[in-house]
Design a binder for this molecule. Structure first.
Ligand code: GDP
Ligand code: MG
Ligand code: K
Length: 299
């Protein structure tokens, strides 16, 4: 008779933009499912990554960065993030070891005070700092909340990530294996494909096209009798000037977005992909509730 029961649970990752939440998730799951970039707030919806072993199943939620809302989209993101925290078994509050305590952290800690869920403080990017600085950080943070654990890691290089996974497993309740062992995400491929395209636009346009873009997938379909998947997508921008930037001189930027996106989509879908991209201007979409619903932001 075995006395080691199977464990499972939901884990929410929160923290200021760019602390490394997506990098961590991608390292654990080992497949590109949450998008990564050096710009804040690239992750808008929650993405679940499922990590399955013989002893446990960890279901991670890459929560949109908690921050003070500036417009309706910000509001939406805030609500999603705080509601999520109450429903999960564990919260990973991730900070960047390179940066000191900031107002963004203060805001998150205020939000976390009302949450009964156990919280781990995860100090990421320790590859970038001297060990003395790490001790200072722990001193600075340890009494701000009643942390169940404080775990320094490097999501990029992998230091201590296994230990963190062990500590998570220990804390999780007994539970079923919710997902098949080979499933890493429960998001529809449509959503991941749109995020992959959005990521390329953000990377290639730098500051000129901020977060005022959305990507709508018009079609994903396998061609009859051929190993080719057709993907049609529309990049929605807010202004004519942004449309010009996204298309680029002689269509060069859009072409590069297409090339890079196709590469990632082919990896994701495991098939040759024919990708067609369109750019459309829709003024002020971020502030129109109906538009938010059209673009898949559900409350
Ligand atoms: P998120 O906004 O919290 O999801 O942050 P990302 O995962 O997108 O990471 C933001 C940036 O930090 C990216 O350029 C990452 O490569 C970088 N980064 C993430 N984790 C580490 C780490 O452990 N060490 C270092 N040096 N860089 C990291
Ligand atoms: Mg992210
Ligand atoms: K980011």
């Amino acid at each position: 008779m075995s006395n080691t029961a199977y464990k499972s649970g939901f884990i929410s990752i929160i923290g200021r933009p760019n602390v490394g939440k997506s990098t961590f998730l991608n390292r654990v799951i080992g497949q590109k499912i949450a998008i990564m970039s050096d710009k804040p707030q690239t992750t808008r919806n929650k993405v679940q990554g499922v990590y399955t072993t013989d002893a446990s199943q960890l279901i991670f939620i890459d929560t949109p960065g908690i921050h003070k809302p500036k417009h309706k989209l910000g509001d939406f993101m805030m609500k999603t993030a705080t509601n999520t925290l109450k429903e999960v078994d564990l919260v990973l509050f991730m900070i960047n070891a390179e940066e000191g305590f900031g107002r963004g952290d203060e805001f998150i800690i205020e939000k976390l005070k009302g949450v009964k869920t156990p919280i781990f403080l995860v100090i990421n990017k320790i590859d970038r700092i001297h060990p003395d600085k790490l001790m200072q950080l722990i001193e600075q943070y340890k009494d701000l909340l009643d942390f169940a654990e404080i775990v320094p890691i490097s999501a990029l290089e992998g230091n201590n990530v296994d230990r963190l996974l062990d500590q998570i497993e220990k804390l999780l309740p007994e539970g079923p294996q919710y997902y098949p062992a080979d499933q890493v995400t429960d998001h529809p491929e449509r959503f991941i494909v749109s995020e992959l395209i959005r990521e390329k636009v953000l990377h290639l346009t730098r500051e000129e096209v901020p977060h005022s873009i959305a990507v709508v997938i018009d079609k994903i379909a396998k061609r009859d009798e051929k190993d080719v998947i057709d993907v049609m997508a529309t990049i929605v921008v807010e202004r004519d000037s942004q449309k010009g930037i996204v298309i680029g001189r002689g269509g060069s930027l859009l072409k590069e977005v297409g090339k890079r996106s196709r590469h990632d989509i082919e990896n994701l879908l495991g098939s040759k992909v024919f990708l067609e991209l369109w750019v459309k201007v829709q003024k002020d979409w971020r502030n129109k509730a109906s538009n938010l619903r059209d673009f898949g932001f559900k409350e």
